[in-house]
Design a protein around this ligand. Structure first.
Ligand SMILES: [Cu+2]
Length: 359
């Protein structure tokens, strides 16, 4: 091929690639942008980058160093790759260049990653050491127990046992003893702390203080596949002001259920003579079962069914009637006659009113 021929061919190839870029670049950019935005979420309820607890703050210290370093590595490597691909590419009259055995370069790109790993290791190791020191002596002890598929919370010093909705006072360290009653679960409140496995036959521990008090709860959930309703195993953490926490704890401890209206009274009577009391405890009554969640002050909780549906009369009716229709695999047998249980619709409505009256 002659020199002119090669030149003409080059011009032709350049034109073709420009046309190709003009045609596809906008579309590719759009696809990339859409893919990028699908990762965005305005609802940050389960974002670990919203820091509302001491444990998350500790993790965030290491995370942001690693994140920005990884970002820097990405950008530098991409730019270098691009520059090298263009600068040393094969062109008419110029063959592609390869570099072999450049000792200076080899040493340089070995030392840089080592330095990066050292920089990442420092905050990581110091965080691990601080966490390993354990909770301060004045921490409130809470035993968190995973069940298929709900969370039990015991405050042994305060003599409180509750389920699925945890209350803690702001800026007060809480020392958790993490256990499981059946299979492996995982305790995780993205904005506060975790994840930490809840294992049968083994006690794990974690401690943190909630640093931002607010009326809305922090969402928590099981983070270890634990069976059919794993996705329905959620809980809520209320970080209260010290006054709110004390009045909540006082209320739970001194709960003496006395239904005021006749429907709730009828519900209490149905509850007491049914299978309910074999599994559930309601403080101040003869119901003392420990298989299912403790229902003391259930009327105060915002949700039922392990944090999956709002605590309303209609939802309580649906739950008691046939819990497995809401939470597949639920270990609570269907209570409604329509689902093979012993209670009529009226009786379930009365029990719902009774449970809602427990405030
Ligand atoms: Cu799970």
């Amino acid at each position: 091929m002659t020199a002119t021929g090669r030149q003409g061919e080059t011009v032709h190839v350049t034109r073709k690639s420009r046309a190709f870029a003009r045609r596809w670049l906008p579309l590719c950019s759009l696809v990339f942008l859409v893919a990028l935005l699908t990762g965005c979420q305005l609802d940050t309820a389960q974002s670990t980058t919203v820091i509302a607890g001491t444990h998350n703050a500790e993790v965030w210290n290491s995370y942001r160093v690693i994140f920005w370093l990884a970002g820097l590595v990405f950008v530098v490597v991409m730019l270098l790759t691009l520059w090298i691909s263009i600068r040393f590419r094969e062109r008419p009259g110029v063959s592609a260049q390869q570099i072999h055995g450049n000792t200076k370069l080899e040493v340089l790109w070995t030392l840089i990653p080592v330095a990066i790993v050292v920089v990442m290791a420092v905050p990581t190791i110091t965080s691990i050491q601080r966490e390993a020191q354990g909770p301060p002596a004045d921490a409130i002890k809470v035993i968190a127990i995973g069940h298929q598929w709900w969370f039990e919370f015991q405050y042994p010093d305060l003599k409180i046992n509750t389920a699925n909705e945890l209350h803690i006072p702001v800026n007060k360290p809480i020392a958790f003893e993490i256990r499981s009653n059946d299979v492996i679960h995982s305790f995780w409140v993205p904005q506060l702390a975790g994840k930490i496995d809840m294992m049968p036959g083994h006690v794990n521990s974690i401690w943190f203080a909630g640093t931002v008090a607010r009326p809305e709860p922090y969402l928590g959930q099981c983070a270890e596949l634990c069976g059919l309703s794993h996705a329905n195993m959620r809980f809520r953490v209320f970080v209260d002001t010290p006054e709110d926490f004390n009045s909540w704890a006082q209320k739970v401890k001194s709960a003496t259920p006395a239904p005021s209206d006749s429907l709730a009274r009828q519900g209490q009577e149905v509850f007491q003579r049914s299978a309910c009391i074999g599994c559930h405890t309601i403080q101040g009554t003869t119901a003392a079962g420990i298989v299912g969640p403790n229902l003391t002050l259930l009327g105060q909780r915002t949700t039922i069914a392990s944090g999956t549906i709002p605590n309303t009369a209609d939802n309580l009716f649906r739950w008691i009637n046939n819990s497995a229709a809401i939470k597949p695999g639920s270990l609570m047998p269907p209570m409604g006659q329509s689902a093979g249980g012993a209670l009529s619709d009226d009786e379930i409505r009365a029990v719902s009113a009774y449970l809602l009256s427990l405030k």
